[in-house]
Design a binder for this molecule. Sequence first.
Ligand code: PBG
Length: 324
Amino acid sequence: MQLIRRNRILRGTPAMRAMVAETILKPADFIAPLFITEGKGVKEEISSMQNYYRMSIDLTVAEVKELWNLGIKSVLIFIKCSDDLKDNKGTEAVNPNGLMQRSIKAIKDACPEMVVMTDVALDPYSSYGHDGIVENNEIVNDATVEVLARMSVSHAEAGADIVAPSDMMDGRILAIREALEASNFTKTGIMSYSAKYASCFYGPFRDALDSAPGFGDKKTYQMDYANRLEAIKETIMDVEEGADIVMVKPAMSYLDIIREIKNEVTLPVSAYHVSGEYAMIKAAAKMGWLDENKAVLESLTSIKRAGADLIATYYAKHAAKLID
Ligand code: PBG
């Protein structure tokens, strides 16, 4: 054969491959989700998320310092609200002394440079396990948005750098932006879960926070996984309403959507490699069916290659160590 181009030349050695690699993961690409629970010295493994824990504030703070030393620049906080504090109004969500607000303060005190992102949605606080206020078996939009805006201001007051609404109500980005402006939080950013699908892959997360919906599902607010154009519509609206970062969630079954969004907007795009995606790799690795380290790097690299500038992943620490 006489070929004018032999593509295998550039794949011939590790050095050649490293030289031409198009996508390089770095620890600063990762957002590390953290589950926080009340108490001291508490570290509880989440049954469906092997080697991932709910921790009390003191242990969380130590974890955050470790993450920072590994080059990770942001954490995303979720709290486990005790049952007696749950209601249908999000009362605890705006408690200035709530677990979320205390967690934000403690992390910012211990590691001021770490970018602290906070989950804004009512499900952990809801007696119905829904992301909004329930009336007549419906998740009502406008009353929910009003609480989400107050919740965001409360997180900003506690020191959050970025609030991350994960609820998929209509109009919440604008309402949050306006509420932050009105309270003079001009340096607080918004990472919008813009294209969040109603996905079975959130199952283990709901175990972690005991936040599974008590009735029905989340399909009247989270998106239908059959849809692509809807993701673009949702995301463009969030950009117009003032989001600083947009997100696609989950990640691996939605790589096409990540690319669509990346091509569509000029904001940083994040993708959430969710609990079920973590659990799948863990389970297969435990069975000896997959090489965990390789599966992690391939998964996260593919998410970045698809167009994600940031990746929220339970493998953040693990991957940061591997890259190192
Ligand atoms: C709550 C929220 C969920 C996740 C992030 N924020 C669960 C849900 O929408 O039911 C899922 C994260 C994961 O599965 O890792 N609004």
